[in-house]
Design a protein around this ligand. Structure first.
Ligand code: MTE
Length: 320
């Protein structure tokens, strides 16, 4: 049995997990006589850690344009308090993620409505991309936040590489499907693989970033190695981890959480303190690593970069 010592700022799992999912999952699994992932799945042997061939790329130069209003979250916290449902619905997945997730070879597919469809290894992709470091705030829909130094490249550079056709309106990103590496994917209840999307206008916005590193090193498994989306004006569940495909489409994808709990999670997920989640307020956030709760800001404080994207979308549910 997993015995977890909870730190002061941690929410109980029932509060931190979208609750209807938590309770439904418990009910379904409980009815089957299966209470936790650990009890459902066989234990596999730990793999030896592989050297990461991208390690020599880091640290990269920081882009000073993106500044923080709070201290950087201690690395230890950002890398041990994670959401990654492929490894379970609790926060302490980091050891398991590091043991199981094999990030080389890692093939990335760029396809759909593009002029240049391609499949390439992640190291070939990294060699083509302009790497830099950015300090970004991360605000989870569960009302906690961190401030993180991400290394990586602007998503626009990948869009430019792909040369989308004029009819493409959305960029759809998916996590690897591999139930051996991701035991959570053996839970039939979830709509795997984890799928997220942005409009093309959002994808080419200067803030949209693909993180390949964290704290001046390759990004750890638990934070979404080797490629993970960061869109800091949107709730953290948009930040799809361990991406293998970038598909350009004229159709809006139904995203992972939207498929699971459509009345609570939508496509846009822009941060707004005045629009509560159906079950809790979004007015303030717990700053992980401090005792502080601070007011949440519209678009997480990034309105000057992104507010213009939404001015004509008044009929959309932009904040869920
Ligand atoms: N990506 C995948 N594939 N699976 C997940 O469960 N969780 C999301 C997002 N990306 C998730 C994911 C959620 S809810 C959050 S808040 C962030 O990852 C957390 O990122 P972090 O663990 O690096 O803080």
């Amino acid at each position: 049995m997993l015995i977890k010592r909870r730190r002061g700022w941690e929410l109980p799992e029932s509060a931190a997990t979208p609750e209807s999912v938590y309770f439904n999952r418990r009910a379904i699994l409980g009815g089957m006589g299966l209470a936790t992932i650990g009890s459902v799945l066989p234990v596999t042997t730990a793999r030896a850690e592989q050297p990461d061939p991208s390690a020599k790329l880091y640290p990269v130069a920081r882009n000073a344009k993106y500044t923080l209003d709070r201290p950087i979250t201690p690395e230890k916290l950002a890398t041990t308090y994670n959401n990654f449902y492929e490894f379970g619905s609790h926060k302490s997945i980091w050891r398991d993620a590091q043991r199981r997730l094999k990030v080389r070879p890692w093939t990335v597919k760029i396809d759909g409505m593009v002029g240049r469809p391609m499949e390439l290894g992640v190291d070939d992709l990294l060699a083509k991309m302009p790497l830099e470091e950015r300090l970004y705030r991360l605000r989870c829909v569960e009302a906690w936040s961190m401030a993180i130094p991400y290394s990586g490249f602007p998503l626009k550079a990948l869009v430019d590489l792909a040369q989308p056709q004029s009819g493409a309106k959305y960029l759809v990103m998916q996590t690897l499907s591999n139930p051996t590496m991701f035991p959570g994917q053996r839970e039939f209840y979830y709509p795997w693989p984890y799928t997220e999307g942005l409009t093309i206008a959002e994808a080419v916005n200067e803030l949209s970033f693909i993180a390949t590193g964290l704290y001046g090193k390759p990004i750890p498994a638990q934070n979404g190695a080797p490629l993970r989306l960061v869109a800091p004006w949107k709730y953290g569940f948009k930040h799809v981890k361990s991406i293998v495909s970038f598909t350009f489409s004229d159709k809006r994808p139904v995203t992972f959480w939207e498929k699971l709990v459509p009345q609570e999670y939508g496509f846009w997920a822009n941060i707004n303190p005045e629009v509560p989640h159906p079950r809790w307020s979004q007015a303030t956030e717990k700053v992980i690593g401090s005792d502080e709760r601070v007011p949440t800001q519209l678009y997480n404080g990034y309105g000057e970069f992104v507010a213009g994207l939404y001015k004509d979308l008044t009929s959309e549910k932009l904040f869920m």
